[in-house]
Design a binder for this molecule. Structure first.
Ligand code: CDP
Length: 238
């Protein structure tokens, strides 16, 4: 790896190391499925409702159920108050999360229905979309919906010339040298396919290949945390 200005992480982690992670399943008793996923000072809660008949009727698909994902940061999730309600950013994150989760959940047995996934962020220190995906994949399994595979997600990235995983906010804001690059990735559990890849910043093709490998290793660790949480809640599916 090229020698850069960011030679030691602010919080002492190695560059391949995730922040301390916690996962819980069944955090919202009234929901059909629910889970939380926490990494450092970032926390996501996901709640699943459905399948239920989709209205209006013209939106129904007679061949399959539809997944609908919404994402929101809670007003006090960061020091600057977040305005409640939809924003361009929350719409984008909801959409990309929907695409990523659609590749692992199989709703073909539930025609004309919708499954709603609500992702809420009570604490944000970067990596909220990937924490949301980790929580949502567990919540869908907890709801008893057929999963082709599980899904684990991480933000890989670069601070100046240094590649790293589980980028926190201080690292995302790294302005020295080449600055920072943020690459949220979601990886499927068995086939190890990329279900989401976004890229904000600059990176060479070789560095991107290395970042994906680093993200896949981190996702193996995240998957263990997710599976343990599902097992603790007595969920076989996943
Ligand atoms: O959270 P994620 O990394 O998926 O998305 P982002 O748009 O790159 O946001 C990075 C971080 O910026 C968030 O996790 C929050 O810590 C912070 N943020 C904020 O303080 N205020 C906002 N309106 C949006 C994000």
């Amino acid at each position: 790896m090229a020698e850069g200005l960011y030679t030691k992480r602010f919080d002492g982690r190695t560059f391949e190391e995730c922040r301390p992670m916690t996962a819980k399943v069944g955090v919202v008793p009234s929901a059909d499925g629910s889970a939380s996923f926490e990494t450092g000072d970032t926390k996501a809660i996901a709640v699943v409702r459905g399948p239920r008949t989709l209205h209006p009727q013209h939106m129904q698909n007679p061949r399959t159920g539809i997944l609908r994902v919404s994402y929101g940061m809670m007003p006090f999730s960061v020091w600057d108050r977040i305005r409640p309600g939809p924003s361009r950013r929350s719409e984008e994150i909801g959409k990309v999360s929907e695409w990523a989760l659609s590749s692992v959940v199989d709703l073909s047995g539930f025609p004309n229905t919708v499954v709603d996934v609500f992702i809420q962020i009570p604490k944000a220190d970067a990596g909220t979309r990937v924490a949301g995906l980790n929580a949502a994949a567990m919540a869908l399994a907890h709801a008893g919906l057929p999963m082709k595979e599980m899904l684990s997600a991480i933000a890989a990235g670069k601070a100046d010339k240094t590649l790293l995983v589980d980028v926190d906010k201080a690292e995302e804001d790294f302005h020295d040298g080449e600055g920072a690059t943020d690459i949220p990735l979601a990886i499927t559990s068995r086939s190890k396919e990329i279900a989401l890849l976004q890229l904000d910043g600059k990176i060479s093709p070789e560095e991107l290949t290395t970042s994906i490998e680093m993200a896949k290793k981190a996702c193996d660790d995240i998957l263990k945390v997710q599976m343990e949480a599902l097992k603790n809640a007595g969920v076989q599916n996943g």
